[in-house]
Design a binder for this molecule. Structure first.
Ligand SMILES: [Zn+2]
Length: 121
């Protein structure tokens, strides 16, 4: 299915890690063809990436169903992910949260603490 995608988005740099959709999909699909299985986490991530490219994949929904997968809702809520930093205001862990406007780093004590780390840019 990934072979249908001709225009990949450029890799995204987040902190020290770079997220390259094309790299990710090719490594996951290679693993799938070798082992015939993927972890739930990999499947979820793969679905999310493929959903971003569904305009380029003919019969996207049907293909997913054929694989026994379901398309991820566009703005599916993800559980916040803890990062290795603490809140300068209350000392709780900071977490990576996702919203319609993108991801941001906030305090895990929200709504008690409304600290949000400012992004550069
Ligand atoms: Zn806080």
């Amino acid at each position: 299915m990934a072979s249908q995608i001709s225009q990949w988005k450029p890799p995204v740099q987040k902190g020290r890690r770079s997220f390259d959709d094309q790299d990710f999909v090719s490594s996951v699909t290679t693993q799938f063809s070798q082992k015939g299985t993927l972890s739930d986490r990999q499947i979820a991530a793969l679905l999310k990436v493929l959903t971003n490219y569904q305009d380029q994949i003919p019969q996207f929904q049907q293909r997913l169903e054929a694989l026994g997968l379901e398309a991820a809702p566009a703005y599916k809520k993800e559980p916040p992910k803890e990062i290795d930093e603490v809140c300068p205001e209350c000392g709780a862990k900071l977490v990576l949260r996702h919203s319609r406007r993108g991801s941001f780093i906030g305090c895990s004590a929200y709504p008690k603490c409304k600290f949000i780390k400012k992004n550069n840019g």
